[in-house]
Design a protein around this ligand. Structure first.
Ligand code: CP
Ligand code: NVA
Length: 305
């Protein structure tokens, strides 16, 4: 739970009803096309900071565009170029930004850092990935599943590879909220630490994917884990998402990947290309869903002020 109501720091920061309302709005917007409606600019007059300590393609581009398309302007701030890199505390950075901009999107290492930012800045704060969670990704992933296959409630999602990573943890936290079954297929040393009745874990990739409606994977070496590359490549080699495992899933199973993809590592190259249509729809949905998320966040923040 986030300490303040007007942030999106964890995938559990929306109720299921709120997430559903966001999804309905996004589906409506997608049907209507992306024409900028000048009367529909909830971020008009606002400036938002994007503060990133790690590289990004999708999250950065989709948030910069989402904010601008909703009428706001953006400032991209690489942590390496801020006084943060010379030891200025995040709390002080937050207090400065809180007086100058109206919202912040942050990608960093420790989850505690964005919690501290949110508390000290007093402005709506969005988690654009930490070591513990990637909530915007999983919200867009669930939207993508439902857009292509209908309600996710009661369905089985199989996640292969690094079940201890941020994306996996957000999937595990989302499972009770959206009531889908999540099966991790991972080496025991990389099991997920989020436990709830909707999550099961197995060291058998075959067992994980059996009868699944969605097969999902993420990189084996997350940002910040580069020193563990050799150990991880060895540990995950049996957990590649490939056509052999896909045959054990439901015939209509969807294959998604949050990207960036490493062909021949976490996903077989041929399978990736075969399913690229869905995977790049998933990437595009980051933009649409984040626009919905920002609308919700700004609307809610106005109500609590
Ligand atoms: N999937 C995702 O968050 O990609 P980026 O690291 O490129 O933002
Ligand atoms: N688990 C990956 C996700 C990249 C979008 C990482 O943290 O690098």
């Amino acid at each position: 739970q986030s300490p303040l109501p007007h942030h999106f720091l964890s995938v559990t920061d929306t109720s299921e009803d709120e997430a559903r309302a966001i999804f309905e709005g996004v589906a409506r917007q997608k049907r209507a096309g992306n024409t900028n409606n000048e009367e529909d600019l909830p971020l008009l007059g606002q400036s938002w900071a994007l503060l990133f300590r790690k590289p990004s393609t999708r999250t950065r581009v989709s948030f910069e565009l989402a904010i601008r398309q909703l009428g706001g302007s953006t400032l991209f701030l690489s942590a390496a170029e801020l006084q943060l890199s010379r030891g200025e505390p995040m709390e002080d950075t937050a207090r400065v930004l809180g007086r100058m901009v109206q919202g912040a999107v942050i990608r960093t290492f420790a989850q505690e850092e964005i919690v501290a930012f949110a508390k000290s800045s007093g402005i709506p704060t969005v988690n654009a990935l930490t070591d513990q969670e990637h909530p915007c990704q999983v919200l867009a992933d669930i939207f993508t599943f439902e857009e292509k296959r209908g309600p996710i409630a009661g369905k089985t999602v199989a996640f292969l590879g690094d079940a201890s990573c941020n994306v996996a943890r957000s999937w595990a936290l989302a499972a009770p909220l959206f009531r889908f079954h999540l099966r991790f297929g991972a080496p025991r040393a990389f099991f997920c630490d989020v436990e709830n009745p909707w999550v099961t874990q197995t060291e058998s990739p075959e067992e994980a994917v059996r009868g699944a409606d969605l097969l999902y994977t993420d990189v084996w070496i997350s940002m910040g884990k580069e020193e563990e590359s050799a150990v991880r490549e060895k540990a995950f080699s049996a957990y590649q998402l490939n056509s052999r495992l896909l045959r054990r899933a439901k015939a209509e199973a969807l294959v998604l990947h949050c990207l960036p993809a490493h062909r021949g590592k976490e996903i077989e190259g041929e399978l990736f290309e075969e399913r690229a249509g869905d995977i790049f729809d998933q990437a595009e949905n980051r933009l649409h869903v984040q626009k919905g998320l920002l609308r919700w966040l700004v609307g809610r923040s106005e109500r609590v002020q």
